[in-house]
Design a protein around this ligand. Sequence first.
Ligand SMILES: Nc1ncnc2c1ncn2[C@@H]1O[C@H](COP(=O)(O)OP(=O)(O)O)[C@@H](O)[C@H]1O
Ligand SMILES: O=C(OP(=O)(O)O)[C@H](O)COP(=O)(O)O
Length: 402
Amino acid sequence: MATKRSVGTLGEADLKGKKVFVRADLNVPLDDAQKITDDTRIRASVPTIKFLLEKGAKVILASHLGRPKGVTPKYSLKPLVPRLSELLGVEVVMANDCIGEEVEKLVAALPEGGVLLLENVRFYKEEEKNEPEFAKKLASVADLYVNDAFGTAHRAHASTEGVTKYLKPAVAGFLMQKELDYLVGAVANPKKPFAAIVGGSKVSTKIGVIESLLAKVDILILGGGMIYTFYKAQGYSVGKSLVEEDKLELATSLIEKAKAKGVSLLLPTDIVVADKFAADAESKIVPATAIPDDWMGLDVGPDATKTFNEALDTTQTIIWNGPMGVFEFPKFAAGTEAIAKKLAELTTTKGVTTIIGGGDSVAAVEKAGLADKMSHISTGGGASLELLEGKTLPGVLALDDA
Ligand SMILES: Nc1ncnc2c1ncn2[C@@H]1O[C@H](COP(=O)(O)OP(=O)(O)O)[C@@H](O)[C@H]1O
Ligand SMILES: O=C(OP(=O)(O)O)[C@H](O)COP(=O)(O)O
């Protein structure tokens, strides 16, 4: 199935006085004191909500937080109210529930330009089970539905999918649209040459992405923990590096597929090896063909980085998913940082389209302080991975066509 991209969006519809159910992904990390440690997802949700408020709509805002089993105070959305209010410039009202009488009363009292934040929809098991009666209750308080929760669009839950059966129109918010434009649009019709950089820990979690991208890219750069399975498949010894023994044949077939499709597949030529998996491990740089026994590869080496940079210099579009090494340990972060720096440079000086596909690569870009230099940084890890694999997301599929 082709990935759906043309969804209905917030146009010039008369929104004045309308009760709009907005599903956002406000699943932000909180520390032990319930303080928000990264508000990216809240900030990313602001343009859609502000637009609705400026049009005189009444916004009923829903999200999940974490993976609670039943009502769990630790997963309440209450700690988000001050930051949301500050970013939106209105006093956000908080409900103690996401359905029921109190919610109905608060909605009835909501002024035009007002925001009511519902409590965590996952406090009900019916949310993840996508139960129609629960979806109907969520829908009952509003006149139309806007899904801006890209990070949760791969889940067919009541507030992301079921609700659209009872609430029309059901359209995408600006964040959802932007994510689809980049992760589907720019990938389907890239300015060429088009390169993909895929890293992360395991081949098994990235097979779908690699296979799908092989049909589209000119250059495929591989890094991270998955490369040792490729090396082993080619007969190199890899010491104690991460290897998925049951994926050796698959690695060989991916190398052959790349060849058959004329894709330039770049595996690192040198590796930073460590004597143990630890931040304070002893380390040294070795050729990829000469990883010593008892050592493990934790980052790509400087020669590899140089080759990657030269290849990236020739491109117009780059998509990146997964770090090049164990970037959480400063000693093994250089390969990942170099990619982040290169992409930032190419975006700002050459107008190359750079897309960071969620998850740990986003964390790496943020750690390097380069987040605002990329063309697009996805707010969804799992969702962006599924989109890049060519899957259609249930939360997108459920929206009205454009
Ligand atoms: N050489 C390696 N050996 C072991 N783990 C690695 C290696 N390179 C990267 N990793 C780990 O891979 C993890 C990220 O993998 P993954 O979740 O697949 O990426 P993403 O979240 O970007 O999709 C990081 O925690 C990183 O430490
Ligand atoms: O954080 C999220 O996903 P991500 O970690 O894959 O980016 C989303 O809020 C979805 O959460 P879920 O994976 O508990 O359904």
